[in-house]
Design a protein around this ligand. Structure first.
Ligand SMILES: CC(C)(COP(=O)(O)OP(=O)(O)OC[C@H]1O[C@@H](n2cnc3c(N)ncnc32)[C@H](O)[C@@H]1OP(=O)(O)O)[C@@H](O)C(=O)NCCC(=O)NCCS
Length: 341
């Protein structure tokens, strides 16, 4: 039987470390290391330099994933890029990445798909890639989650609730076909559009005429209310724990693979407390959880592929292991996937 498995993983975070103290000392935000760590588990995050975008971060992660898979970029049949911080409104980051990987120069004009599902974007992408590979439509699909949040955070006291949570980075996997009895066993995504405004960065509203208000000279004027991300943190927290518990339980029931047989849980890194709460509800022991939120913050679509890359690199994630992934975020959207590595 044709299966889809993860043949290579890669990750990249920009070198500049911004600690919780730096948010106060460099940006003048009224916050404290204690406040942020207590509520989120975050100690520091990475910020990319001006001029660097999500596709560039993604290209570094993708190059590593291809190398680890023993493949060249020209072996790819499709690129899927999950991000909420694309270079432009359109086109998406996947075509930037395609060019950076040298595919245009090589005359390999593979399909490029952007996924706009925020924190669960990677799992939506993984599911899409799995279905493409299993159906025979593709042999190798690159799935990247990459974010450059730092450029679009209100790094002031006004924006501190959101600005203290997010960081930049990218993770990538190659999903490949195999006849071996392994790979992505299950994926399912969900959404609840009633909460589309609970965590959103509108920037404009296309229903308005003009879609961005203009001054007399025709220059666009964006109100800070919609320019920066808005988040109802408590609502997000409450729905995250409920949906994540449900998604993991449904994955277990459908696959008939239950907690004791699962080796690692790779949960989206939005908040350490969310993941600890979910783990407690589902009786998941601490040693089966992998974290990176303390050093990278919430890297949105990049959190799970970064976890995969690090867990493979440090030997925690080995072939044959069963891995449960789960994410929740803006939309609200969520997803779960069970992988036999
Ligand atoms: C964001 C979150 C940490 C805020 O924690 P909270 O206990 O709900 O805090 P509140 O938003 O109620 O704010 C409490 C106070 O802390 C203040 N505060 C917010 N951010 C702060 C910061 N970085 N430093 C210091 N104080 C801060 C608020 O202004 C508020 O002050 P006030 O009472 O004087 O108005 C929490 O709601 C959360 O983790 N939610 C989930 C968010 C998430 O995971 N988002 C990503 C999903 S993909």
């Amino acid at each position: 039987m044709r299966n889809a498995y993860i043949s290579g993983t890669g990750g990249y975070v920009p070198p500049r470390v911004v600690t919780n103290e730096d948010l106060t000392n460099e940006y003048g935000i009224e916050t404290s290391d204690e406040w942020i760590q207590q509520r989120t588990g975050i100690k520091e995050r990475r910020f990319a330099e001006a001029g660097v975008g999500s596709a560039e971060l993604g290209a570094k992660a993708a190059t590593m994933a291809l190398e680890n898979a023993g493949l060249k970029a020209t072996d790819l049949d499709m690129i899927i890029f999950a991000t909420l911080s694309p270079e432009y409104h359109f086109p998406g980051s996947a075509v930037f990445l395609q060019e950076m990987l040298g595919l245009c120069d090589a005359g390999k004009f593979v399909g490029c798909l952007d996924i706009r599902n925020q924190c669960s974007g990677f799992l939506y992408g993984l599911g899409t890639a799995t279905s493409m590979v299993k159906s025979g439509a593709a042999e190798h699909v690159l799935v990247v989650g990459g974010e450059t949040h730092s450029a679009a955070l209100d790094l002031s006291t006004r924006g501190r609730t959101v600005a203290s949570l997010f960081g930049d980075g990218a993770g990538a996997v190659v999903v490949s076909a195999t006849d071996e009895d392994r790979g992505v066993r299950y994926w399912k995504c969900g959404a609840d559009g009633r909460f589309k405004d609970a965590l959103s960065q509108r920037v404009w509203d296309i229903r308005n005429r003009p879609f961005i208000p203009q001054d007399a000279e025709g220059n666009g004027l964006v109100d800070p209310e919609i320019m920066w991300a808005h988040m109802d943190g408590r609502k997000v927290f409450k729905h995250a724990v409920t949906r994540m518990c449900e998604a993991v339980m449904e994955a277990c029931q459908t696959t008939e693979v239950f907690g004791p047989d699962i080796d690692l849980f790779l949960f989206h890194q939005a908040n350490m407390r969310i993941n600890q709460y979910v783990a407690k509800q589902l009786f998941i022991p601490e040693e089966k959880l992998v974290h990176n939120i303390h050093k990278y913050g919430n890297t949105t679509a990049a959190t799970i592929p970064l976890l995969m890359w690090e867990a493979v690199a440090d030997g925690r994630l080995k072939p044959g292991m069963k891995v449960m992934c789960c994410a929740f975020g803006s939309g609200f959207t969520w997803g779960a996937s069970l992988i036999e590595w």
